[in-house]
Design a binder for this molecule. Structure first.
Ligand code: HSE
Length: 311
């Protein structure tokens, strides 16, 4: 007999990782959303409650990332029962830490636990992507995939995505600093130019290829050389007060690279474990100089993906 109620946790994530716009991200287990799914005799998908945020999020299932993801799943599987959802937000809204993706991922993982024969993770990816598109305005998986699978994850393709977990370099941590500001992902995407200079395209491609190969070979020097976004960051940095100073301060303390987490305003740096604390303090100080409160973490680049925590 299958369960009728399950709760899943899905971690936050750092998308883009500077050089992999819309295709690369890593999970951040220090923050996450929980979704409880309950089987209902009444057909349809309902969002009964959203807790943990004082900001308004839509309760209407079709406009909610978790609700929309589960609607897609229910429809595709032809489930003859309904689903009630309760969402506990642990990730700050519009922070660049993958909150809308995490809600969608936690929702599909919770619903999956209600099925007599659960689907494979890769099959859940498409449903979660449909959910996240409600918030960001387009389908991309660079937050969804790490939140669902865990670790540093490359996603290739949209309609039939292929997912590759990339080994993380040994002895490297991620420093994450979230200033208390809101950046709308839709707006941060709308300001991006539709064209890229050929020279920047070549540079960014080299950086992405170099970074990925450096991860496979633990080549710290190559990570330092390649963790630089020459396409998106120059266009978005104006959305983050003190961006240049935060980045420069992190680099001065030995960061391997420092850039925007997803659409921002959160910034992340990669650093050798021995340098991570100094990098963190430098980033906090620069945000504080601008009277911004900051949440901050030092986390491994690899952590577990979404999981059922109660059933
Ligand atoms: N890759 C996305 C972006 C992540 O930077 O717009 C946020 O959805």
């Amino acid at each position: 007999m299958s369960v009728t109620r399950a709760t899943a946790f899905a971690p936050g994530s750092v998308a883009n990782v500077a050089i992999g716009f819309d295709i690369l991200g890593f999970s951040v287990d220090a923050v996450g959303d929980r979704v409880t799914a309950t089987r209902s005799a009444t057909p349809g998908v309902r969002v009964l409650a959203i807790r943990g945020t004082k900001d308004d999020l839509p309760l209407e299932a079709a406009r909610n990332t978790a609700g929309r993801a589960v609607m897609a799943m229910v429809e595709a599987l032809g489930l003859d029962y309904g689903i009630d959802l309760e969402i506990d937000k642990g990730i700050p809204l519009s922070s660049g830490l993958g909150g809308s993706a995490a809600s969608a991922v936690a929702a599909v993982v919770a619903v999956n636990a209600l099925l007599p024969v659960p689907l494979a993770r890769i099959e859940l990816l498409g449903y979660a992507m449909q959910g996240e598109a409600v918030a960001s305005g387009s389908r991309h998986a660079d937050n969804i995939s790490p939140s669902l699978f865990g670790g540093l994850v490359l996603t290739v393709g949209i309609d039939h995505p292929r997912v590759k977990q990339i080994p993380v370099p040994k002895g490297v941590s991620a420093v994450i600093a979230h200033p208390h500001l809101y950046v709308s992902t839709k707006q941060a995407r709308a300001i991006l130019s539709g064209t890229v200079l050929m020279s920047d395209f070549v540079w960014q491609t080299a950086n992405l290829a170099g970074f990925i190969s450096a991860c496979y070979t633990d080549d710290i020097d190559l990570i330092r050389e390649t963790l630089q976004d020459v396409v998106i960051e120059p266009q978005r940095q104006l959305l983050i007060p003190g961006f240049m100073q935060v980045r420069d301060a992190a680099m001065a303390q030995g960061a391997l690279g420092c850039s925007i987490s997803g659409a921002g305003p959160t910034m992340f740096a990669l650093a050798l474990d021995a340098d991570a604390e100094r990098v963190r303090q430098a980033m906090i100080e620069q945000f504080s100089l601008r009277k911004l409160e900051v949440d901050h973490w030092i986390v491994p680049m690899s952590s577990a993906g979404a999981r059922v925590v109660a059933a």
